[in-house]
Design a protein around this ligand. Structure first.
Ligand SMILES: Cc1cc2nc3c(=O)[nH]c(=O)nc-3n(C[C@H](O)[C@H](O)[C@H](O)COP(=O)(O)O)c2cc1C
Length: 417
């Protein structure tokens, strides 16, 4: 049901299933199936040898986490979390911190988010002029109400003029420095308002080097299973590479997505939360190697400690900030291990590196990785209750003069990351 209030349009989303993973009942992958062939992907002057992408995740994919992932899968593409164009233009210190890369990162990949084409263009200028990145991704997939309410993220491709203008401007600026631009999109706002096909064509026409499709609508948020058939449709329709995204929890899922859709590569979000070795598993799987990383709790603890140390560097020596950032990761790292609620709680109370090391030291390093969480869904898994959009957003596919004035007055994301 779509309702227009005084100041916004709201879709009350209805969902036919709460099933987190309809594939759990699917037949096991056919061992005799054709082997998957996957080739390096070219993005302008950049070659991604193993086309596996760490999907940008706000609050997660800062350089310490990217470095750890890249150590497991050294040939992929590891994208930083989204940077709000307005915050970058304002030189907000938190936004600038998120633009930093570690010296070991081979392809410095940034994601920009914005609604106002002029501001996003200014942000692209900063990235180019200050040699901040080698690749720029544009965020048109965010489903968060405070973003879509202002026409941003996954609401934006509905307005084809705005979508095209943002891409056009950023591609022009980045093109001068030979920096490839890609776009990350969803299927649409809901199934009555799908946008991916048109958005894919516009991205291609305007010079994007690739698109990533998260095969869910805004209304689907992170619930149910993404519909990979939509990835296949986009692959068929476009000439540029399409990265498939949604519900890759293990290396077999990555193989299956490529087999089912013909996508040029895969993007991994929640599946690597607390499991950065997934990049090694997928790299092996793509190379036809059955080897998989099977860490003990002791191995996981070494990753936690290293992650904590890198975060201290990221926060310029501020151990408290580092350890607070680490908390959500520790919850993911320990998921499924029978370590008890009090252990988890105590990690949430750590205030410095010494606390983390002390708690790690109390865990049994010989514990094996829990089968029941291996290659299973993790992180956010719920549907949206409602989709919030700007007033009258769905009335037409182009922005009106009034809408632009209202939208560009301010941006939904301030710099309070
Ligand atoms: C905590 C979190 C933060 C995210 N932040 C971003 C972001 O900054 N930019 C973006 O394009 N997508 C973001 N996403 C979406 C993911 O990149 C990805 O598209 C989505 O999780 C689906 O992939 P998955 O099923 O592998 O998780 C985020 C997802 C999560 C769970």
């Amino acid at each position: 049901m779509t309702k227009t209030n005084d100041d916004e349009t709201v879709i009350s989303a209805r969902h036919e299933t709460d099933n987190l993973d309809p594939r759990t009942d699917a037949p096991a992958p056919d061992a005799s199936a054709e082997p998957v062939t996957i080739a390096p992907v070219r993005l302008g002057p950049i070659t991604v040898p193993t086309p596996v992408v760490l999907s940008p995740m706000a609050g997660v994919t800062n350089w310490p986490f990217r470095v750890i992932c890249e150590e497991y899968g050294p040939d992929g593409l590891y994208v930083a979390e989204m940077i709000t164009a307005r915050a970058l233009v304002a030189r907000n210190p938190k936004a600038l911190r998120l633009c930093r890369f570690a010296p070991s990162e081979k392809i410095r990949s940034l994601q920009l988010y914005g609604v106002n084409p002029a501001i996003v263009e200014q942000a692209a200028h900063i990235v180019v002029d200050e040699h901040m990145a080698d690749h720029v991704d544009l965020n048109f997939g965010c489903p968060v109400p405070k973003v879509t309410r202002r026409g941003g993220g996954s609401a934006l491709p509905w307005k084809t003029d705005l979508f095209r203008e943002i891409i056009q401007r950023v591609v022009r600026v980045c093109g001068e420095a030979d920096i490839p631009v890609t776009a990350k999109i969803r299927v649409g706002i809901d199934h009555d308002h799908e946008t991916f096909m048109e958005a894919g064509h516009i991205a291609q026409e305007e010079g994007c080097a690739a698109v990533t499709l998260h095969a869910r609508t805004t209304a689907e948020y992170y619930g149910g299973h993404s519909d990979w058939s939509r990835i296949g449709e986009l692959v068929e329709a476009l000439d540029i590479p399409v990265f498939g995204n949604g519900d890759i929890w293990g290396a077999d899922d990555a193989l299956e997505m490529v087999r089912e859709t013909g996508c040029a590569g895969v993007a991994i979000g929640r599946g690597c939360q607390g499991r950065p070795w997934l990049f090694a598993d997928i790299k092996n799987a793509f190379a036809g190697d059955p080897a998989r990383v099977n860490p003990t709790l002791g191995d996981v603890c070494r990753v936690i400690e290293r992650h904590a140390e890198l975060l201290v560097e990221f926060y310029d020596g501020d151990e408290r900030m580092a350890v607070h950032d680490l908390r959500k990761h520790v919850a993911w790292y320990l998921k499924g291990f029978p370590v008890g609620g009090s252990t988890r709680k105590v990690f949430m109370e750590c205030e410095n590196l010494e606390d983390v090391r002390r708690e790690i030291g109390k865990l049994d390093p010989s514990m094996t990785f829990p089968e029941r969480v291996k290659d299973k869904p993790r992180g956010r898994v719920r549907f949206a209750k409602k989709v919030h959009l700007p007033y009258g957003w769905l009335d037409s596919r182009e922005t009106t003069h009034e809408q632009r004035e209202t939208l560009f007055g301010d941006d939904p994301m301030d710099a309070s990351y």
